[in-house]
Write a protein that binds this ligand. Structure first.
Ligand SMILES: C[S@@+](CC[C@H](N)C(=O)[O-])C[C@H]1O[C@@H](n2cnc3c(N)ncnc32)[C@H](O)[C@@H]1O
Length: 198
């Protein structure tokens, strides 16, 4: 897929050029840490396929999603594992139709901040976290700069943890994971542990 096509689709891709292999590797390595406890992967935002291709050998049930038909069609030609599917659609609808649980890893390569902020998509990702899924994403700008984004996370009792900084990416990128805020996670655990009062 040409860089021109990527640029042409700026309203959906949200970036001027495809991701680098270094960023792809960093996202992959962070996902790999949770591989043992995972049963399925959802990859949102195929785009140029640079990051998605790093997951072509992921040996679990995986859906690769993009809202753009051409990106999906290009990528589908590269998918050969029977556990893998390419789905064209809006990730918010797809997650709503099939909510995640503890065994799911969701990788979001969607433009989520600034001009591209979508309450609908972010809420769908936050719902995944609340249901126990591991959610990873990246940003080209440190998250604290995105007030609206951070406010929505806060309201959902979710925090973003910075996992990696990829300096040799154009522009430098930050990989984050989303997790329930510690006090929420521990009070949920405590109330689960408490015997019922009948
Ligand atoms: C920044 S690009 C992805 C970068 C890509 N992973 C790479 O390796 O270069 C964002 C992608 O998300 C897709 N996208 C945007 N909104 C979406 C949505 N609501 N659901 C699914 N895909 C979406 C766009 O079509 C675009 O391909």
């Amino acid at each position: 897929m040409s860089a021109f096509r990527y640029l042409q689709n700026l309203p959906m891709t949200g970036s001027l050029c495809p991701s680098s292999k270094r960023l792809a590797e960093a996202v992959y390595q962070v996902a790999l840490r949770n591989r043992e406890s995972a049963t399925e992967l959802v990859f949102a935002g195929i785009g140029s396929g640079v990051i998605a291709r790093r997951f072509l050998h992921w040996d679990q049930s995986t859906i690769f999603v993009d809202i753009d038909r051409a990106f999906c069609a290009d990528f589908a030609l590269q998918v050969h594992r029977q556990e893998h599917r390419v789905v064209c659609g809006d990730i918010a609808d797809i997650l709503r139709a099939a909510p995640g649980s503890h065994g799911r890893i969701v990788i979001s390569c969607l433009p989520l901040q600034g001009l591209y902020y979508s309450e609908r998509v972010l809420t769908a990702l936050l719902r995944e976290v609340q249901q126990g899924a591991q959610v990873l994403f990246y940003s080209y700008v440190p998250l604290w700069r995105w007030t609206r984004f951070c406010r929505t996370l806060h309201a959902a009792s979710v925090e973003a943890r910075r996992e990696r900084i990829i300096v040799r990416n154009l522009p430098p990128a930050f990989v984050y994971s989303l997790a329930l805020r510690a006090c929420v996670a521990s009070s949920a655990g405590a109330s689960n542990a408490r015997p019922s009062a009948g």
